[in-house]
Design a protein. Structure first.
Length: 166
């Protein structure tokens, strides 16, 4: 079986890496704006169900392990680095699977965005705050949104793959 040349693979890989880079830049740009214009806890009320707020998350999703004493920063950074390497490997192995690669590159852009935060600040900057009355969904950011969309698309990709195999 003939092997694809590295330049052909690179040509198929670049759109997915470009998408991840767009998400990373958008994520870091919005976080830079929040850090520049808001102090911790400051909020701007946009609608009856949405605010912009500056929050710091030293843990993982929903502040999991936020009070663990600092070691979690390195754990979550390591997980992000390992996930990045795994995703790059998968993107290189399956560049023709569009939904799969869109999913992984979305997760990649978000994961790298949050790793950058952990390395630069020791926490992830969150600022999107949705609420109903006094109940607030945990604040999140563009990186978290990209990871969530990527994960949902990954599930959809697998469901479609199972359906096609029947």
């Amino acid at each position: 079986m003939a092997r694809a040349s590295s330049s052909a693979l690179g040509g198929k890989l670049w759109p997915w890496l470009a998408w991840a880079l767009v998400l990373l830049i958008l994520d870091q740009l919005t976080k830079t704006l929040i850090l520049g214009y808001y102090r911790l806890g400051d909020a701007t009320y946009i609608t009856s169900f949405f605010n912009i707020v500056r929050a710091h998350n030293t843990g993982a999703a929903f502040s999991f392990l936020a009070d663990a004493g600092g070691w979690q920063r390195w754990l979550f950074t390591g997980i992000g680095v390992v996930a990045t390497l795994f995703i790059l490997w998968q993107l290189r192995a399956h560049p023709e699977q569009k939904l799969f690669c869109f999913s992984l590159s979305s997760i990649l852009g978000g994961a790298v965005g949050n790793v950058v935060d952990r390395m630069m600040h020791g926490y992830v900057v969150d600022f999107l705050d949705f609420h109903i009355g006094s109940w607030h969904f945990p604040a999140f950011n563009i990186a978290d949104s990209a990871i969530t969309v990527g994960a949902a698309c990954l599930i959809l990709d697998e469901l479609l793959r199972v359906k096609r195999s029947r």
